[in-house]
Design a protein around this ligand. Structure first.
Ligand SMILES: CC(C)(COP(=O)(O)OP(=O)(O)OC[C@H]1O[C@@H](n2cnc3c(N)ncnc32)[C@H](O)[C@@H]1OP(=O)(O)O)[C@@H](O)C(=O)NCCC(=O)NCCS
Length: 342
């Protein structure tokens, strides 16, 4: 049994190095018969490989795939055989750390196609394998080749629009998963997992290896590694703390039916039905006054002691400045009209 497979159409620079790869139909856990077909059509030797394939090999792959009943993949291989762009067939026997750009793109697309969840794949070392590129209206361009391409476009009466300069492209140029609304597509990176029923408004952002489980209104930032549970909302401009920089090592997550208020932030994982008041940034070391139902102080603890606990309301007392935690009596009711995005 293998781990992942994809027929990809990609972009290379003038040195023939891979810049990015589009896999229209990535597969998880392809069966052994598929592996055998790839072995004979492409001289696959086992292990994890990204094999550049020519038209003849792709035609052979297509007929082999058709014979074993993989009709969709066969049709894709047939189309790829006529591609004017370089084609790569990537087969991963195991989920080891990636060793090439096409492998990284396959892993990121497995997540964005919702074939696997964030945190389920080994993504160590991917930054070194993702070239920093100009993402333009004519596709990905190596930064060293950009000035020439810009000049060429102008000479031909066109303008090359550089939409971003980054290691990650926007997700929607690779896949738009079912049942989502994304107001500003540049704000969701490839490798994001956008659950069915999610709306990402203009201020919302979703990094790679992060996302939403299901219905959510996202107007704040979901940092790398952060997962947001079903029915939870992120208010305008709010922040979930990531672990990529700044030494943070607690993985932040948000449970179900939570509300993080506008301009608020969390540095601890939340359980279900929690609310964080607008504007309150709760770091893991924030001292929190725990109040009972009568509003009396029970004890002062650190926010991290409340990690993953449910039914909590956090607010900053506007009279004395103390951060307080009470039982959340009015866990948010989702506005169905707002979330009906299909
Ligand atoms: C924290 C929050 C949930 C509290 O809302 P609530 O439970 O409806 O509370 P209320 O505003 O009804 O206030 C209840 C009582 O607590 C008091 N109170 C509320 N916030 C307080 C604070 N920070 N400090 C002191 N008292 C406060 C109120 O004055 C009121 O007092 P009263 O009982 O004497 O009348 C709300 O203020 C909030 O921040 N919501 C987030 C909304 C948001 O950002 N949505 C996303 C939009 S993009």
């Amino acid at each position: 049994m293998s781990f992942a497979f994809g027929i990809g159409i990609g972009t290379q620079n003038n040195q023939g190095e891979w810049l990015e790869v589009f896999y229209q139909q990535p597969l998880m856990i392809p069966d052994k018969t598929l592996l055998d077909v790839v072995r004979s059509a492409l001289d696959f030797q086992g292990g994890n490989q990204a094999i550049s394939a020519n038209a003849e090999q792709l035609s052979q792959l297509a007929s082999g795939l058709r014979q074993i009943g993989q009709t969709d993949q066969a049709a894709l291989a047939e189309k790829a055989a006529r591609s004017e762009r370089p084609v790569v067939v990537t087969l991963l026997e195991t989920d080891d750390a990636a060793s090439s750009t096409p492998e990284v793109y396959l892993k990121l697309q497995l997540i964005s196609h919702r074939l696997t969840k964030p945190h389920s794949l080994k993504l160590d070392g991917i930054f070194g394998l993702l070239p920093n590129l100009a993402w333009t209206n004519e596709g990905a361009i190596d930064l060293a080749e950009l000035p020439e391409r810009q000049l060429q476009a102008r000479l031909e009466g066109r303008t090359l629009e550089v939409k971003s300069v980054d290691k990650f492209p926007q997700m929607t140029d690779y896949v738009v998963p079912q049942g989502v609304r994304i107001a500003d597509t540049a704000r969701v990176r490839l490798g994001a997992y956008v659950g069915e029923g999610t709306t990402v408004m203009h201020e919302g952002f979703i990094n790679f290896n992060a996302g939403t489980e299901g219905t959510s209104m996202i107007e704040g930032r979901i940092s790398a590694g952060v997962m947001v549970g079903k029915g939870s909302d992120l208010g305008g401009g709010c922040s979930t703390m990531g672990t990529l920089s700044g030494g943070g090592n607690i993985t932040i997550s948000v449970g179900e039916n939570c509300l993080i208020g506008a301009n608020a932030g969390i540095g601890i994982p939340l359980g279900d039905r929690c609310t964080v008041e607008a504007g309150l940034y709760l770091t893991s070391g924030t001292k929190v006054a725990l109040l009972d139902d009568a509003g009396k102080l029970v004890e002062v603890i650190k926010a991290r002691d409340l990690a993953n606990k449910s039914d909590l309301l956090f607010r900053r007392n506007s009279e004395n400045g103390a951060v307080e935690c009470k039982t959340n009596k009015s866990a948010i009711e989702l506005n169905h009209e707002l979330h009906a995005n299909n």
